[in-house]
Design a protein around this ligand. Structure first.
Ligand SMILES: [Zn+2]
Length: 265
């Protein structure tokens, strides 16, 4: 890359030295890219009002040498995410999704995967901006983002033999093996396996959630138990396969806990 003109979502911004800022951006051309914004800290006229979390920008990025950090040359604000910022719980969900992407998206990887990831994150943030979050919405959006990152749990096939766990199902429950990232069929599950019992309907609903357009996710029925199961599955899956807690998770949990208390009051 010499010069790249593209849209970019701001994932993270940190001050660097006395006068610069470093921004982590998500673009449809590069997936995640780290850029240095020279003079952004010292001068208010360089990149005014652009380098802020969740901002959607039109940027020009330059890289002079293959080994050097890319440099942000120009940035114009396209969308400040105002709808997210004025609503703390929606903002918390957006921060959580963006942190997930910032930690897991590959650095400087182009192609269709990068375009797809950018589109999915944009779609998820648009929904997050206009819905009050609950565990259901969080699970559905989280799963979509994980899938776009190439990290989704298997939801249909036994991870040991490849058999569809729906075939010959004798009960509604299925054993989900967190470490192996998917369900085990009755033939493959061993009494010593540490598994999370889930209803088949929960896996089916999550699979549907992956296929629906974002604006139709509301139509996907997910009751209280499947929602709790989906949340437990994704929380354990992330903990195991990602191996860290996201900083924004507690912030988000505090809102969702408030919502749950209100709902049961
Ligand atoms: Zn099996």
């Amino acid at each position: 890359m010499q010069t790249l003109d593209t849209q970019a979502l701001v994932l993270r911004v940190v001050d660097f030295g006395e006068s610069d800022r470093i921004a982590h951006l998500l673009t449809p051309a590069t997936s995640r890219i780290t850029v240095i914004a020279k003079g952004a800290r010292r001068s208010k006229r360089r990149f005014p009002g652009t380098l802020d979390l969740l901002h959607l920008l039109a940027v020009r990025i330059e890289r002079r040498r293959p080994t050097s950090m890319a440099r942000l040359d120009q940035a114009r604000l396209l969308d400040a995410g105002t709808a997210l910022r004025t609503h703390p719980a929606r903002f918390a969900l957006a921060c959580y999704l963006v942190e997930l992407v910032g930690r897991l998206a590959p650095e400087a990887a182009g192609g269709r995967d990068a375009q797809q990831l950018f589109a999915v994150v944009g779609g998820a943030l648009r929904i997050a901006a206009c819905r009050d979050p609950d565990l259901r919405l969080r699970a559905l959006l989280e799963l979509r983002v994980l899938a776009a990152l190439g990290l989704r749990p298997e939801l249909r096939r036994c991870v040991r033999c490849g058999r569809d766990v729906e075939i010959g199902a004798t009960s509604g429950a299925v054993a989900f093996h967190v470490a192996e990232g998917g369900p085990l069929c009755p033939r493959c599950v061993h009494p010593a396996d540490a598994v999370l019992p889930l209803q088949r309907g929960t896996l089916r609903a999550l699979e549907q959630g992956l296929r629906l357009p974002f604006d139709r996710l509301d139509r996907l029925a997910l009751g209280a138990q499947p929602t709790a199961e989906a949340h437990a599955l994704l929380a354990r899956f992330l903990r195991f396969h990602v191996g860290f807690e996201l900083k924004s998770e507690r912030f988000l949990d505090s809102f969702l806990a408030v919502e749950r208390t209100r709902a049961s009051a």
